[in-house]
Design a protein around this ligand. Structure first.
Ligand SMILES: Nc1nc2c(ncn2[C@@H]2O[C@H](COP(=O)(O)OP(=O)(O)OP(=O)(O)O)[C@@H](O)[C@H]2O)c(=O)[nH]1
Ligand SMILES: [Mg+2]
Length: 421
C-alpha cells in the first residue's frame, strides 16, 4: 500500500473487510504530485522492485496496489502505467467492499451505478490520453475496445438510472402513505460500525446483519419498535470519512430515507478512543448538516452506545464532550447488556407522543353495544397499552396508553360515546 499520511488504520480495516491481505505499507512525505500522486522517482523505484520478481521478497506475488487517497482518474491511470499492476484508491476499495456487501436489489443497483460511473471516469481519462496522441497505458485495451466499452457503460448507466428513479418514486409514495396514516418513524444514523443495527435489532426485534466490520449494512431495513405504538425504525448505511462523491450520490436516497423521519437517533460508539470518537462524530454531523434541507437539526437525539465496554468515568467524559457540539443530553445504552434501552424507549415515546393518555371505556348499553373487549382490542392496534384498570362500581375500564392524539380522537368519535378521553 502506498500512502502519504500515517493514519491508515481505517483503510487497512476496509482492505481487511474486502478480504485483502496487505503485505506492506510504503510511505512518502512531501507535496502531492497532481499526475501520479507520488513522486516519479519513488514510483520508479517501487516499480523496479516489483520487476525483480525475487521469491524471497515480501512483495513477491503481490497483484494489487492500494493508494491511501481518493485519487483522481489521472493519478490512477498514471500509477497503473508506471507500476504495471492493478491499482485501487479508496474509491475503488470502497466500491469493491460495497459490491461484496450489497445484498438487496436496492443496494446492488446503487453500487453498480457508482461502479460504472467510476469506470467511466477512468475510461474518459484513457480517451483523453488517446486524443493527445499518447500511447495508452497498461490495462487500457485498444482504441476500439475503449470506444465500445464506453458506449456500453453509458447505456447501462441510463437503464440503471431509470430503475433507480422508479424505485425512489415508489419509496416516496410509501412514505407519504405512512405520514398520512400518522405512523411515526425513527432513523438510526451514525458512523459505520457504531452499533446501529445492534440497537435496531434490540429495539425492533427484527434480525439484521451485525458484524464487527465496516459497512455491514448497505440497505435499508424498516422494523416496528417493540412495546410502542406504530413507530417504524429505519436501519441503514453508516458514514465514513471522505466518502467518495460517486458513492455518496448513489446512496443519497438511502441516506435521505433515514433522516426524513420524526426523530433521528445519532448512534455513537463510546468504546472508541476520544480522538476517534470526535472524528467519527464530526464526520457524521458534517454529513447530516449537508442534508439539512430534509430534516430539522432539533430532531437529533444522541445515543452513546456500547457502554458495557467502558467505565463510568469514560461515559461522563464522552457525554460532556458531546455537549460541545450543541447536541442534546445523550442516552447511554448497550445493545448487549440492555442498559439504557428502556430509558431510550421512554425518551422516544415522550418526544413523539408527549405523555401517555388515559381513556375510559364504558360498558355497553342498549344503544351502545360494542363490547369493552372489542374496544380494547382496537386500542391495541391504535397504540401501546401500558395498563388496564377495572373500576368495579361502574363497570368502567380505564386504559393508559401511548397513542397518537389524532388517531385516538378519530376512533373515539366512532365509538358512540363508549370511549371517553
Ligand atoms: N459490547 C458491545 N458491542 C456492540 C454493541 N453494539 C454493537 N456492538 C458490536 O459492534 C459491532 C458493530 O455493530 P453493528 O450493529 O453491526 O454496527 P453498525 O453501525 O450497524 O455497522 P455498519 O452496518 O457496518 O455500518 C458488532 O460487532 C456488534 O456486536 C454494544 O452495545 N456492546
Ligand atoms: Mg449495520
Amino acid at each position: 500500500m502506498l500512502h502519504k499520511k500515517k493514519d491508515v488504520d481505517e483503510t487497512l480495516k476496509l482492505a481487511k473487510a474486502v478480504g485483502l491481505d496487505v503485505v506492506e505499507c510504503v510511505f512518502q512525505s512531501g507535496k502531492e504530485n497532481q499526475k501520479s500522486f507520488f513522486g516519479t522517482g519513488k514510483l520508479n523505484s517501487i516499480s523496479a522492485e516489483f520487476e525483480m520478481k525475487n521469491p524471497t521478497h515480501p512483495w513477491y506475488g503481490v497483484d494489487l496496489v492500494l493508494v491511501h487517497t481518493n485519487a483522481s482518474p489521472i493519478q490512477i491511470v498514471e500509477l497503473n502505467k508506471i507500476l504495471k499492476l492493478e491499482c485501487w484508491d479508496r474509491v475503488r476499495l470502497l466500491l469493491n467492499l460495497f459490491t461484496t456487501q450489497a445484498n438487496s436489489v436496492e443496494a446492488k443497483l446503487q453500487v453498480k451505478l457508482a461502479k460504472l460511473n467510476a469506470d467511466k471516469t477512468i475510461m474518459r481519462e484513457y480517451a483523453n490520453i488517446q486524443n493527445r496522441g499518447e500511447r495508452l497505458g497498461w490495462g487500457a485495451g485498444g482504441k476500439h475496445a475503449l470506444e465500445s466499452n464506453m458506449k456500453i457503460i453509458d447505456r447501462e448507466i441510463s437503464t440503471l438510472l431509470k430503475k433507480k428513479s422508479r424505485r425512489e418514486k415508489s419509496e416516496r409514495e410509501r412514505r407519504k402513505h405512512r405520514i398520512k396514516n400518522g405512523i411515526k418513524s425513527i432513523g438510526l444514523v451514525g458512523y459505520t460500525n457504531a452499533g446501529k443495527s445492534s440497537l435496531f435489532q434490540n429495539m425492533a426485534g427484527k434480525p439484521v446483519l451485525i458484524q464487527n466490520q465496516l459497512f455491514s449494512t448497505l440497505e435499508t431495513t424498516i422494523g416496528r419498535m417493540q412495546k410502542s405504538p406504530r413507530i417504524l425504525m429505519v436501519d441503514t448505511i453508516g458514514f465514513v470519512d471522505n466518502l467518495p462523491t460517486i458513492l455518496l450520490d448513489a446512496f443519497k436516497s438511502t441516506i435521505k430515507e433515514s433522516i426524513s423521519c420524526d426523530l433521528i437517533l445519532l448512534v455513537v460508539d463510546i468504546s472508541d478512543s476520544k480522538k476517534e470518537f470526535k472524528r467519527k462524530l464530526q464526520t457524521t454531523l458534517t454529513e447530516l448538516e449537508s442534508h439539512k434541507e430534509n430534516f430539522n437539526l432539533n430532531l437529533i437525539q444522541p445515543v452513546l452506545t456500547k457502554c458495557d465496554l467502558v467505565n463510568e468515568k469514560k461515559v461522563l467524559s464522552f457525554s460532556e464532550a458531546l455537549l460541545n457540539y450543541n447536541l442534546k443530553e445523550p442516552i447511554i445504552t448497550s445493545s448487549v447488556s440492555n442498559h439504557g434501552i428502556e430509558l431510550l424507549r421512554e425518551v422516544i415515546l415522550t418526544k413523539l407522543f408527549q405523555k401517555p393518555k388515559t381513556v375510559s371505556i364504558l360498558p355497553p348499553t342498549e344503544n351502545n353495544h360494542i363490547s369493552q373487549l372489542a374496544i380494547i382490542s382496537h386500542l391495541h392496534e391504535l397504540g401501546y397499552i401500558i395498563s388496564e384498570t377495572k373500576i368495579d362500581t361502574r363497570g368502567e375500564i380505564q386504559v393508559t396508553m401511548w397513542v397518537d392524539d389524532v388517531a385516538l380522537i378519530r376512533y373515539a368519535a366512532k365509538s358512540n360515546n363508549q370511549l371517553k378521553i
